[in-house]
Design a binder for this molecule. Structure first.
Ligand code: CMP
Length: 143
């Protein structure tokens, strides 16, 4: 077991549905700690850059429109196996495939509007955290 950090986004549909507290509560109840957090409205340039890995996928344009349609909450979760733990709590990308009791099974409308994002591995987590929080945007837990 390793202590990891991972990037989490509460997407525009999650914010619209007033689920910020509910989602954060699920992470905290699972033992994950928030070490950085910000509400922001992504620019088109930011959304395109963040999801650049998907730029050749047919859903890229719709994904950028969705992610810029309202405010998001970007946050860094820290804890034992935080990357896998966050993904377990979120559930599968497609809510139709998500395990019962996961965030996406409980709240997501579709594979397009799926309430939350989480980094999919250690390299992605590092890149995604840096994308939003730079080198010094994390607040280490001192107590
Ligand atoms: P996320 O985990 O943030 O990663 C890429 C996002 O693209 C995904 O969640 C969905 O919001 C969106 N998306 C839309 N269509 C698809 C698809 N067919 N497969 C994967 N992701 C999709």
């Amino acid at each position: 077991m390793t202590v990891e950090q991972t990037l989490s986004i509460i997407k525009p549909d999650g914010v619209q549905k007033n689920l910020i507290g509910e989602i954060v509560n699920r992470f905290e109840k699972a033992g994950l700690e928030i070490v950085a957090q910000r509400m922001m409205r992504l620019s088109t340039e930011q959304a395109r850059g963040f999801y650049e890995v998907h730029k050749d996928r047919p859903f890229y344009g719709d994904l950028v429109s969705y992610m810029t349609s309202g405010p998001v909450v970007v946050q860094v979760l820290q804890g034992e196996d935080a990357i896998a733990e966050n993904r377990r709590i979120m559930g599968a990308t497609n809510p139709a495939d998500a395990d019962p009791g996961t965030i996406r099974a409980d709240f997501a409308e579709s594979i397009e509007e799926n309430v939350v994002h989480g980094s999919d591995g250690p390299d992605t987590a590092e890149t995604e955290i840096r994308f939003f929080f730079g080198d010094d945007g994390i607040c280490p837990r001192t107590r």
